[in-house]
Structure formats: C-alpha cells, structure tokens
Design a protein around this ligand. Structure first.
Ligand code: ADP
Ligand code: ZN
Ligand code: ZN
Length: 766
C-alpha cells in the first residue's frame, strides 16, 4: 500500500501540516506529488494537495485507520521541489500550508468542488474552454486594413502582428484591451484567430515594436556580470549575483545573454519584472531573442490566458518565463536562472497571504533548483548590498558586479538641487523654482521633451488648521481627508466616501480640534501643478498628466505613453509611476517638484525609498545622444539621500543610513515583523493582541536580540470601520521568526470577528 501525504485546503493556522491518506489501487497511477485530490477531513469532504507519496504513513498511526484518497480532481501541478519550497514558505511567513501551495496550482483552479447526483466530484474552475493555444495572425489581403482613426489598440495589435502570428495571451499581456481589439479586427476580416494544439518551432514570431538588437561589443561591466552569472549557474548551488548597474547601463542585454547560455545547456529561466514595467517593450525584447520559447505570466491576464501560458511551460514548450512576482510559481522544472529586475522595488513583497518577498522566495527556490539567482538594479536594496558586502548569506555566495557606465559614451545626467526655502525667501510663491522654469523654457525652445515628477505620497491637498495643525480625518477610517478643488469635495482614499465641503460639519469653516477659523488647503494638488504648468507652456507643447486618476481605465497608462512618444515636444507630469522603465531618448530634462515629501513618512525605509525614486527618475534623462539635465526641488537640500542623488554617489546616503539602522536595530541588522489584528469589536482586538504580546514576551525572555514592541494602534487605526492594532517584533538577522510567530498565532485563543495578519519582513508599516 502507498500513502499520500496531503495538505488539506482549509485555511486556518490550526492545521499546520499534512495528513496521510491511503492510495487505493485503482488510483495508484494517478496520485502523484502535485495532484489535487478529494479526501474526507473531520467527516467532511475536502480538497487537498499531495505533497509526498510514501510507502508508510509519515505520521505514526495504525495503517488500518488511515482514510483513503477518494478521488483525483486535477493532474499534477507541481513537483517535489516546489512542494518543499511551499512548505518553507508556510513556515517562514507563518501562513497556513494550503495558502502557500495555492500559488503553485494551475491558474483558475478554485478550491470549490461540485457534484451532480451520483457523478464524481468536480473542481470548479474559473477558466473555460480548451487547452488549445489561440494564435492571431494577419488575414491575407490585397491592401492592409486601416483601422478607424481613434482605434489605437487595433493599431497596436496590427503592429504586433506585422512580423508574424502571436499568441492571444501574449497580445493581452502586452496590449491592454487586446481581446476586444482582436474581435473587432476579426469581424472586419483583418485578422484570423485560430486554435493550435502545438506551438510552432522557430522564432519567427516577434513584436516589431520592441527589438533587442544584438550588440557588437559588450561593455567591460557587462562582460564581467555575464561571467559572474555563468559561474554561479555552473556552480549549481543557488549562488546570487547582484548586477549593480546604473540606469541605462544595459542590464537587459546581460540578462538576455545569460539566458542564452543557460538555454544552450538545456536550462530555462524565470524573469521577474515589476508589474508596471511589464509592457510590450519589455516582453518584446525577450521575444525578439527567444521567440516562442517565451511565456508571459501576470495578473492582468484572464484566467484562461494565464492557464494557456502556464500550460505551455508545464508541457515544456516554453522555457523562458517573463512575468510579475507570481512567475516564480511557474512549473518550470529545469531552471538555470532566476532573474529579478529592479530588485529594490517594494512591490516584490506580497501584501496578502502568503506574504512572501520575491527576493527571499527566489533565493530559496534557487537553492532547491540548484541554479543561479540574478538581482539587477541601479539602486539595489540595502539588504542585498549588505549581503554582498558579507559575501555570503543563507549558505550561498552573494557577489556584486558593478556596471558604472552607459554603453556608447552616453553619460549620466547632471543633477542640480534647488533649495526651495531660498525661493520662498526670495519671494517666489510659485511651485516652480526659477531654475526649473528656465530649464523648461529651454526644452520648449529646442523642441525636446521633459518629465516632471510629483512625489505623490503626501502630495495630495489636505485641509489643515493653520493654528493647531489638525487635519480632519474620515470618521470610519483614520485617513486624512483630501480636498478636491474642482468638485469642492472632501474624500477618504481608504473607503472612498466623499462629502461636499459644505456638508462636512463645520470643518470647512472651523477646526474640529480648536475651533480656529483658519482652515486652509495644505499641499499642492496635481491640478495646481498642471494649471501653473499650462501658464508656462501655453500652446507650445503637449502636457500629459499621468497619475492614478488618468490611468484608472484599462490601458490608460500605455495610451498616455504612446501620446508622449508620438508628440514632437511634450511635458509628462506624473506620480511615482513615471519613474520606472521609461526609455525615451528625447527626454533631456527631468524635474522633481517636491523631492522630500516621502522623507517624512514614518517608515524606516523612507530615506531609502526617496533615494531610489530620485535616482531612478533622474535616469530617465539623457538616454539618447543629447545630454540630460535633472533639477530636484527640495526643502531639505542637506539630506544625505538628496546629496547622494546630486552627485550620483550612493555612499553619501548609504553610510549614514546604515549607521542609523544599526543603532536603531533595523534591517539589514535585524529582522522585523508586524502583526496586525483587526475587527469591529475594539475590546476583542485589544485582548487578542495583549494575549499575543504576553505570550511572545514569555517565550522570548532572555533571548538576546529579540524585542516585542507594542501593542499600539496602527497609524491607520481604523479602516472601513474596523479597529486596527499592531505589535512589532524585532529579531536577529538570521532568526527564524515565522516559526515562533506561527506557533504563537496558532495557540492564540480564537475571538470571533478578529483577524490576525502576520507579516514577516514587513514592508508596509502603516
Ligand atoms: P538598463 O536596463 O540597465 O537601464 P537597458 O538594458 O535598457 O539598460 O539598455 C539601455 C540601452 O543601451 C538600450 O537601448 C540598449 O539597447 C543599449 N545597449 C545595451 N548594451 C549595449 C552595448 N553593449 N552596446 C551598445 N548599446 C547597448
Ligand atoms: Zn485647530
Ligand atoms: Zn474612510
């Protein structure tokens, strides 16, 4: 008799392991590691995942008491290596085992089962239709089809198809709204959609818009990086190479060549890029080098499309997976490289369970697959830099290779800092300093392009009391209400409620705290910037605004960038989202309107994030033949993060930052976890966290390097009428936090209506 070790899909911390089930003879061939099965669990039918198959029960019990596996619901989705990584993830991040396994399942597979009459149970799936891969190609025609003038998506689809057929899933991945555009084109007889069981060989499929031409000569830095990556891959131990290359230094070229080398050895690659940079341009570069060997995976795809891409990988038809964070879960068995581009990005930390950090998960996966992990960034995280400094972390080598130059003689832009307090003293009340205004004038005269960054957080307009500093908050959420000039409304960005200013009791007129009548709008809204900019620019250039409002519609982001690209002379004004990945050689000026608003956030990473943002946005200037210039406006000109950007010298920021962190015992010198309890019943929330804190303190007594802080109200003490309290735990940098926090959370007395979220290596402290 063989036994299946099964993780049942009941998401509670109370179940922290797998259970044994006997495999009936008739299912012997079907039940394998990775299969989804139906089992009975405390007298109910439950879905479960097989994580091991053994000859004897893993848990010591009488074999005759072991229940049988009832049915196989889905074929294997993951292998033993992936099962081990999932188990590590559950322990490391203190989440229920089934939540750590779910990301490895076939996209669209839901936990629910259904049965009709005496029929066998069936999994309920989100996706529909056949496993076939849908391809789109241009219909043979005498004359090329001309879409209507405003049909920009149809144009984008046609451009993508110009070089040959492309998979539907890929079009959807790279062109927002592609499926409607394809349907419309199909109705007009311009394209043909066909299902194919097999993916064609060869690499005659490519997006014409984004080629990755092979460069004749690699720079010295590129050659060194490539050699280090090859060596790490050949060592087969999970070694890490940090490619520390300035913006525009050609990191993508290094990734492409490294993947080619891995493919020559029959190995594949997982490539992670931040969701926002997963554009036609990025994917196109990979596709033009690897053709049909590329699969694209990310959350904007429909479940069916994601499934098609996933299935290509599982069947061994695609070996280069390009995607967001979740690409780490792709069923690629022979992995040679895992690449994380822009590794410093906060979005690599998952905000809901399993709350993993892609960098840590990738490092664990690289050890399991005996491959290399490549991290790339112009502004590497403090964690990665310090591990490279040590040369070793988690039993593997960490090596940093620097690429300080842009290829072909392009130079990093010159950065000037403008001290806005001086501007104020000099009587300039404008948002634009005289320097920035002058530089804009020059751009307009020379018919070039400029990018202006509004540091979004803290940039909205608040209503503030000039006498006591009170800022009115939403009564349901502790979020400062923002003031919208155009509609005269106060809005809460947590719950979405709005009030006409007149209806808000007294606030528009007087302070709820001190009764003062001097309530004023504080901070400058995007609209005010836009208005002032319009006065400077007039009709000499196109002004394109890019922020959460203008990109809310599907494909909004891409459309605005296309407009900027097509314009002859234009200014792009936007929030954080413009800092990344834009590669427009005509941009000769980058202006930062308010560099320091993020410096004041109550988060120990505030300075690091500000430095990253400024250095990245500065990198948008001067990528072409003409040199670029960067102007940073700030009220805090002496801050190390700002000085470091001004001189393109990271050490100016890093040295004092590391000193501060060492003193305050923050990462990378310690680990930090945040435990948030929330619920409608404040007393229950308080008691839950008080119990947890007491239990933790008791267990940690006398353990050096551990510290429990709180409990206290969260900075956002209320959200959607739920009370939020938290406690923080600090631990030595190599401590097993998940183990302890998981145990404590499991043993916590359950209070109905209170949920407890454990966030190990937390990034969001608010
Ligand atoms: P990064 O990702 O480091 O910001 P990219 O990979 O986007 O930089 O490269 C910047 C530009 O330099 C691209 O246009 C790329 O084609 C070009 N490039 C990369 N490597 C070379 C090289 N060895 N010689 C010439 N141009 C190169
Ligand atoms: Zn007041
Ligand atoms: Zn609210």
């Amino acid at each position: 008799m063989r036994y299946a070790h099964v993780v049942v899909d009941i998401p509670t911390r109370a179940l922290d392991g797998a259970f044994d089930y006997a495999i009936p003879d008739e299912l012997a061939d079907e039940v394998q590691v990775g299969t989804t099965v139906l089992v009975s669990f405390s007298r109910r039918k439950s879905v479960g995942y097989v994580v091991a198959v053994t000859d004897a029960p893993v848990v010591r019990i009488d074999p005759s008491k072991v229940h049988p596996v009832l049915q196989v619901l889905a074929p294997p989705a993951f292998d033993l290596g992936a099962a081990r990584v999932a188990s590590w993830m559950a322990r490391e991040y203190a989440c229920p085992p089934c939540e750590a396994i779910r990301p490895f399942l076939a996209p669209g597979q839901l936990v629910k089962v259904r049965r009709e009459g005496d029929e066998p149970w069936q999994l309920v799936c989100e996706r529909s239709g056949p496993v076939d891969v849908r391809w789109v190609r241009l219909a043979p025609a005498e004359r090329p089809f001309e879409p209507r003038k405003n049909a920009s998506r149809q144009r984008a689809v046609l451009a993508a198809l110009a070089a040959g057929p492309v998979r539907m899933a890929e079009l959807s991945a790279t062109i927002p709204g592609a499926s409607q555009a394809v349907s419309a084109l199909e109705r007009n007889g311009a394209v043909v959609v066909e299902s194919r069981r097999r993916v064609r060989g060869g690499n005659d499929t490519s997006l014409s818009s984004a080629q990755a031409p092979r460069h004749e000569r690699l720079t010295a830095g590129q050659r060194e990086a490539l050699a280090a990556i090859d060596a790490a891959r050949e060592a087969g131990a999970g070694d890490v190479v940090l490619v520390d290359g300035v913006t525009g230094s050609g990191k993508t070229e290094v990734y492409l060549e490294a993947i080619e080398h891995a493919r020559e050895q029959g190995k594949g690659a997982l490539v992670l890029v931040p969701e926002i940079s997963l554009t036609a341009q990025t994917v196109g570069r990979f596709r033009s080098r690897f053709g049909d060997d590329v699969a694209v995976l990310h959350s904007r795809l429909s479940a069916g499309e994601r499934y098609d891409q996933w299935e290509l990988v599982r069947q061994g038809l695609a070996h280069v997976v390009v995607g967001a964070r979740s690409a780490l879960f792709a069923p690629l068995s022979e992995v040679g490289l895992i690449i994380i581009d822009e590794e410093h990005e906060g979005s690599y930390k998952q905000g809901s369970a399993p709350r993993y950090h892609a960098r840590e998960l990738a490092a664990r996966l690289a050890r399991e697959r005996r491959c290399a992990l490549v991290l790339g960034s112009a502004t590497p995280s403090v964690e990665s830099l310090s591990r490279c400094e040590a040369g070793e972390w988690g039993g593997v080598r960490w090596t940093r290779v620097s690429m300080p130059e842009r290829p072909g003689g392009a130079t990093l832009p010159k950065v000037s800092i403008v001290d806005m307090t001086r501007q104020f003293e000099e009587g300039n009340r404008s948002i634009f300093s005289s320097e920035l205004r002058g530089a804009l004038e020059e751009v307009l005269e020379r018919r070039e392009k400029a990018v202006l960054l509004l540091n979004r957080r803290g940039f909205a307009t608040f209503l503030m009391c000039r006498e006591c500093g009170c800022v009115p908050e939403c009564p349901h959420c502790s979020t400062a209400l923002t003031y919208h000039e155009r509609t005269h409304q106060l809005a809460c960005h947590t719950c979405g409620r709005t009030w006409p200013t007149a209806a808000w009791p007294d606030v528009a007129a007087s302070c709820p705290n001190c009764g003062s009548r001097y309530m004023g709008a504080f901070g400058v809204g995007t609209q005010r910037v836009e208005d002032e900019l319009a006065m400077i620019v007039g009709d000499r250039a196109e002004v394109i605004r890019m922020d959460a409002d203008t990109t809310a519609a599907k494909g909004g982001h891409q459309r605005l960038l296309e407009r900027f690209d097509a314009a002859d002379c234009a200014v792009l004004v936007g929030t954080q989202m413009i800092a990344k990945g834009l590669d427009f050689p005509e941009v000769t000026l980058v202006g930062v309107i308010n560099a320091d608003t993020t410096l004041k956030l109550p988060d120990f990473r505030a300075a690091e994030r500000t430095y990253d943002l400024l250095e990245q946005v500065a990198g948008r200037a001067g990528r072409g033949e003409r040199a670029g210039r960067v102007i940073v406006q700030t009220y805090w000109a002496g801050h190390p993060a700002i000085q470091a950007v001004a001189r393109h010298d990271r050490s100016l920021f890093l040295a004092p930052e590391l000193e501060d962190r060492r003193e305050a015992n923050y990462p990378p010198f310690a680990r930090l976890a945040n435990v948030v309890a929330s619920g409608r019943d404040e007393r229950a929330v308080r008691m839950t966290l008080d119990d947890l804190a007491a239990d933790l303190r008791r267990r940690l007594q006398g353990q050096p390097g551990w510290e429990v802080l709180g409990p206290a109200d969260c900075l956002k003490a209320r959200a959607k009428d739920r009370v939020r309290r938290h406690l923080m735990v600090k631990a030595p940098a190599n401590a097993n936090m998940g183990g302890l926090l998981g145990t404590c959370a499991r043993e916590l007395g359950r209070r109905p209506g209170v949920s407890v979220a454990v966030d190990v290596d937390c990034h969001d402290l608010i």
